[in-house]
Design a protein around this ligand. Sequence first.
Ligand code: CA
Length: 464
Amino acid sequence: MNSHNKKRPNLLFIMSDDHSANAISTYNDQLIETPNIDRIADDGMRLDHVYCTNSLCAPSRATILTGNYSHENGVRGLSEHFDGSQQTFPKLMQADGYQTAIIGKWHLGHGDKSDPTGFDYWTVFPDQGDYYDPEMIEMGESKVVEGYATDIITDKSEEWLDNRDEDKPFMLMVHHKAPHRPWHPPEKYKDLFNHHDIPIPDTFHDSYQQSNAAKNADMRIEDLKEEDVKQKVPDGLSSQEVKEWKFQRYMKDYLGCVKSIDDNVGRLLDYLDKNHLTEHTIIVYTSDQGFFLGDHGWYDKRFMYEESLQMPFVIRYPKEIQPATVCKEMIINNDFAPTFLDFAGIKVEEPMQGESFRHLLQGKKTGQWRDAIYYRYFEHLTIHNVPAHYGIRTNRYKLIYYYGEPLDVIGAVKKPTTPEWELFDMERDPYELTNEYNNPNYENVIIELKNKLQNVKDYYNDHN
Ligand code: CA
């Protein structure tokens, strides 16, 4: 290995799909044990305030690759395909001597312009992909692979690592499809939670006084379909009992998928140990956004509410990150790319909208870190009837504006809604149940937050 490469860490980036931090035991030990994901946090750092700037699969992926907001990278919703000719962190790493690969979920479109770029090797699902015997597109060629998706992705990752050039550092993106809807656990975990009652979250019975946006959202647990819960609802249950029965069925399948992810994270950790790569490899576990696990009586994401906004994020790199540390600063998914490039010692050609948080991982505080994050969801009313909105979150408050228009976003429903605002005081109301927007006590807070919101919009060049 030449001396330049010797100094540069490998990056193993493991990302699942729709995995709420609440279903990882280092964040919350009430739902499931995830010893392997926890191992990353125990040997490294757990980040408690990492946020997705547009809580949907494809937009989050485009932001992670480019370091830019949806309005800059062109993927504002699920139907807008990624233009692979733009600058991404895998491309910059590949050009600078890293071996790069992506295995698993891509979900940014296919064809000339949208196939993965910046990767020496890629094998990905078409769109969402299947849990069992999935079709995969390997460097442009389609084939069906037998087995369970989460296991297959790990098998292929190990295979690629086995065959890599050991003289060069690597950057591998392991992208699980699980635990995304339709929540099919592997055969061996189908009955794993059968004898447990999953605890109901505190906001399960939310009566949606916050806004019309919350009231009209179409993602309530009681509306899960038979194909989602995979069994016929028993006869003779009251509407409340049906809601609780569906919650149990939904969560047991979801957690079975998570258990399998955790096993497979363990396999890759063991692989690093066995091959003496642990010291030289940054390993990250995250998810493309959060998810409602019955919180507010919902499944799905999209909203700027905390359970959907927050991404789990644990990271280990023994050379720079102290074990069992926790970071409470506000980080956004735009920051991932600049951080990884910083670790690799690569200069970004065109500036990205995120910032490197390497110093925070090292436990240093500069006093200059951001005091607010900007969020924007564009897919007005699509599928789950959530109106488009933008907003900011500070350490204490969250201000959200549902502006009520589809604009020119592909896939958005062309039906305006009445604009409305929400203000949450996260210190008094961490579950975001009480909208304080019309409370006169918050008048000055609102003026200040609106100024801040305008400033961040200007800063990120989002003028619509
Ligand atoms: Ca997702």
